[in-house]
Design a binder for this molecule. Sequence first.
Ligand code: URA
Length: 219
Amino acid sequence: MILSGRVTVNGEQVKTLGTLAVWGVDSIGVDGREIPAPSERVYLILNKPFGYICALKDPAGRPLVTDLVKNLPQRVYPVGRLDFDTLGLLLLTNDGDWAHRLTHPRYHVPRTYKITVAGRITDLALSKLTKGLLLEDGESGPSKTQLILRNERQSILRMTITRGMSRQVRLMVEATGFRVVHLMRISFGNLQLGDLKIGRYRHLTADEVRGTKRLVGMI
Ligand code: URA
């Protein structure tokens, strides 16, 4: 398109391949029509480290997940919560409707966790986790629970839930008489943590955002 003279930047025809322009700052045109500026909405996926809290401020001065996305022009906030000592997939956004729907139990968005439990978990405990348990805040609802590894020292499970009650995974495991020693969220709806490094974030792709919106009836 550049070589055939169809592209302008700030009104000037661009003739050189590799010319740089900033989308949203420079006015970029093709065939005389300006490309719309990027959406003001921001959708981020972060690999939350241990020891960060999902809040906008903390009277105790502990690190905030928003400290990890400091250089953005938009102010974003976490979509739901992960505990201080939970790691993994956390979404951040400035789109309130999207955040609300993804976390509202009505939309049953599945969340998958990799859980390390102290000791050898029993088949009975696994079956209770699958069927669901009565917690203080109500029924947990069923889960899809898969045993990945089990020995005398520890057991590793992969569990998918769709309710997202506060501390739900830890409370479910505790209700079976076991204790969580490590917890990581590895997927949320259509989104996977993948190989995103701990403490790093990236913008969701347009396809990923569309996928989440489809899941919660926004498109
Ligand atoms: N369930 C928990 O118990 N903790 C989390 O951080 C997320 C889900």
